[in-house]
Design a protein around this ligand. Sequence first.
Ligand code: PEP
Ligand code: MN
Length: 264
Amino acid sequence: MENKKELRTWLDDMKLDHPLVIAGPCSAETEEQVLKIAHELKDTDVTVFRAGVWKPRTRPGGFEGVGAVALPWLKKVKEQTGLLTAVEVANVAHVKLALEADVDILWLGARTTVNPFAVQEVADALEGTDKIVLIKNPINPDLALWLGGVERLYKANIKNLGVIHRGFSSYKKTRYRNVPQWQLPIELKRQFPDLPIINDPSHICGNRTGIQEISQIALDLNFEGLMIETHITPDEAWSDAAQQITPARLVEIMNDLKVRKPKA
Ligand code: PEP
Ligand code: MN
């Protein structure tokens, strides 16, 4: 795959005067929770509402998502707030249900990107779609695996593509839940400057305190956007409670970040 300008058309078409902000809960929990968060994000710089419906858990026994029952809630988010909607898809069944529910953006999670068979299955199910498809980095620091995922999607005639940098797992205990290893997204950006790249400080930090610092580094590196987990009552979240922030805190962070492009 060569670098191609067409890769960023979807983002340019949004005509934002600031980086793209995707926000919303780690997981859709209840219709009330989803709609409350979405309404609080409505009149902010957030353009896309995210919510995990199917949650891939590293170990069994955790909350694995409420499933397809949440897809109509996302439809209501779109109708009531005008926000675009985004969910993670990991297999053909997820893709079919998300497309039927007219979700705007589908993303592949870090645990899917590690598996070329799974990526290919999702790519085939999305063949030729006009939907925006984002692919997170694999959990391990392997740039080729990440780029291979992008190539599989591109070869399936999916042109509205982007990548999400969510850091890389490490055996060593560090201050990060997933070490940023900035050299990987920087190299990806060097090879594909027109492929939009979005930073996910929530899964990098694993806590609330580092979100602003990581977001600022990403913006300083000219990343095109941020995906930040946001919840009305973060401490009570059914997944990733430690890292989620309230919509009010998100607005504060966005105001403090130097996110706006200087006027030409
Ligand atoms: C998520 O976005 O909630 C998620 C499961 O992320 P990741 O694939 O980066 O672990
Ligand atoms: Mn999460």
